[in-house]
Design a protein around this ligand. Structure first.
Ligand code: FAD
Ligand code: DLZ
Ligand code: SF4
Length: 520
């Protein structure tokens, strides 16, 4: 029989290791919409519609190019509901001499794939996913002899290895003279900055069918489908990238950390869904960014900042995930036990920064990085929300969320649940930080300048409550330990007032009802 090539929902490129070099008359490509994947958490409606639509478009593109595609729809009568079940049925149908599959992005799925050689009578070849710029072998080699893993060190290594944004005789010097322009990525928002609207892609018939399917089968999942405008094909994703490089990259760097009420995209690329699905190639994006610097279309802080996110953070996060799974899922170094507040699902809170970030999350299946990190994440860290519930939330609500990228960001970056393997200090901050980086606080019911009163910004007391609670761990931390001298200089009553205010605020939180993130 032929070679059977299963392609998973986030492997949508013809440049996939399992298709490259194959001949069309000797290959059956298998794509599967399966119940298990759609419901292992109750994904945002837009996320499911996006993945199904992108899968269907990709299958059509392959068929047009002459490939034989066996596409299983969710509603097909005998749908087995799981990848393994569907591959088993496909083996019956096609009697392949071998299965060639690219390793899964997620641990859970990879575990299942690794059982295929025992389950099926034909040869099974599991190929490395070479869409990444750093292979897992290379990452592990880099990580092996290090006591601490830091993104910055990894990133410089990647710059040298790829030559991206490097100059000099042997390509050994960073373009512009510095490795990292992070300090020029922190401008406060200005009224006149006026970010341009990103292109939205009108749903075509295929997308509309997926939207209807999701309403029908997953109507009780979080999120709205109204604003669906994600790119669902490589062509559309290229157009989205064109618009970013034409209109937004120039200011991307400067306003990378800025937040404005009602401005959901700012100058971000909004390309994560397309990159993660396989519609865009991360290396090409880095090269395009570099070109906009060479062509004088964007300053170095923008170009370096963008490349750092993709060549640095994204690759580092992925290596980190595979290195620390499966433990990462259950790590809880700070012993955080509180339930996720109900307002993460409803948006019903007077904290204006949080309400706006959750509104965007519900409407767009997206919030930008600093909302995820310093508003929604910071709150979970300070309030001591248990990592499992935070992990589930982030995995559900963002259209770009796959566990390989969600989990390290959540467990390690925002919650410090890994005990500091990823970050040298927790990203804890009081209301002051949010005020500096946004226009949220002016119209908030809480006052960011008040500390302990009823109407004081909750972040202010939660910050000290958190720092005080974890003093043993953080006091000797060179990057954050200094705050304890500020704390100790306050008089005892003031300190107690902070702690009391934090506790009385936490008492008002209503834990989320069951059944939002996972079926009961
Ligand atoms: P831009 O700001 O334009 O950045 C460009 C690209 O860099 C992104 O498209 C993305 O591919 C990459 N990138 C940037 N930051 C990171 C990062 N920290 N980790 C990995 N890649 C990064 N990103 C996801 O793709 N999926 C997730 O599930 C996800 N969960 C997150 C959870 C938390 C708590 C935090 C703090 C961050 C998370 N991120 C996640 C990273 C980041 O917030 C998103 O990639 C980004 O907001 C996507 O929007 P953009 O494409 O406009 O990004
Ligand atoms: C997220 C997701 C969803 C909702 N549904 C499917 C699906 O029906 N079929 C599929 O192939 N992939 C789906 N995905 C994406 C997969 O979960 C993703 O490919 C794996 O997590 C990668 O390990
Ligand atoms: Fe958020 Fe506090 Fe500012 Fe309100 S005052 S928007 S709660 S940081």
């Amino acid at each position: 029989g032929p070679i059977l090539v299963p392609i998973l929902g986030d492997q949508l490129t013809r440049n996939l290791a399992s298709i490259r070099g194959r001949t069309k008359d000797d290959t059956v490509i298998l794509m599967m919409e399966v119940w298990d994947e759609a419901t292992y958490v109750k994904h945002h409606k837009q996320k499911i519609a996006l993945i199904f639509s992108a899968m269907r478009h990709f299958a059509a593109e392959l068929e047009d190019a002459g490939w034989q595609v066996d596409y299983v729809k969710l509603t097909d009568e005998d749908n087995a509901g799981s990848f393994t079940g569907e591959v088993a049925r496909a083996v019956e149908r096609h009697d392949p001499r071998a299965i060639h599959v690219v390793e899964a992005g997620e641990w859970r799925v990879q575990q299942a794939i690794e059982e295929w050689p025992d389950k099926f009578d034909c040869e099974v070849e599991i190929l490395p996913d070479d869409r990444y710029m750093c292979s897992l072998a290379d990452f592990n080699e880099w990580a092996e002899d290090r006591k601490t893993l830091r993104m910055e060190t990894f990133y410089r290594e990647m710059r040298k290895r790829t030559g991206i944004l490097m100059t000099g005789k042997d390509g050994e010097k960073p373009v512009g003279g510095e490795w990292n322009y992070d300090e020029q990525n922190r401008a406060s928002p200005k009224d006149e900055m006026d970010p341009p609207q990103r292109p939205l892609f009108e749903p075509d018939d295929i997308t509309q069918e997926c939207i209807d399917l999701v309403e029908d089968k997953f109507g009780d999942h979080f999120g709205s489908l109204e604003n669906f405008g994600w790119p669902v094909t490589r062509d559309e994703a290229e157009k989205a990238a064109d618009a970013f490089f034409a209109e937004r990259i120039e200011k991307f760097g400067k306003y990378q950390d800025a937040m404005v009420h009602g401005e959901d995209d700012m100058f971000h690329s909004m390309l994560s869904t397309s990159i993660n699905l396989g519609l865009l190639d991360p290396r090409e994006l880095c090269e395009r960014a570099q070109k906009s610097y060479e062509d004088d279309k964007a300053p170095i802080n923008s170009v370096e900042g963008f490349i750092r996110q993709i060549l640095g953070w994204r690759e580092y996060i992925r290596g980190f995930y595979w290195r620390f799974m499966p433990d990462l899922e259950s790590n809880n170094a700070l012993n955080a036990q509180r339930g996720l507040p109900d307002f993460y699902w409803t948006g019903d809170t007077d904290m204006r920064c949080i309400a706006d970030s959750i509104r965007s999350t519900r409407e767009n299946a997206h919030a930008h990085h600093i909302q995820r990190l310093m508003v929604l994440g910071n709150f979970c860290l300070l309030a001591g929300i248990n990592p499992r519930e935070v992990q589930d939330w982030y995995l559900v609500v963002y259209a770009d969320a796959y566990q390989w990228v969600e989990l390290p960001n959540v467990a390690a970056m925002i919650l410090y649940a890994d005990g500091g393997k990823l970050a040298s200090k927790p990203y804890s901050a009081s209301g002051n930080y949010i005020n500096k980086m946004s226009n949220y606080c002016g119209d908030c019911k809480y006052s960011v300048s008040k500390k302990v009163e009823e109407d004081a910004c909750p972040f202010n007391s939660l910050y000290w409550y958190f720092m005080d609670r974890h003093r043993d761990r953080f006091e000797s931390n060179g990057r954050i330990g200094r705050v304890y001298s500020t704390w100790d200089r306050m008089d005892k009553d003031k300190r107690q007032a902070y702690l009391d205010r934090a506790e009385s605020f936490l008492d008002t939180l209503e834990p989320a009802k069951k059944g939002y993130a996972r079926a009961e």
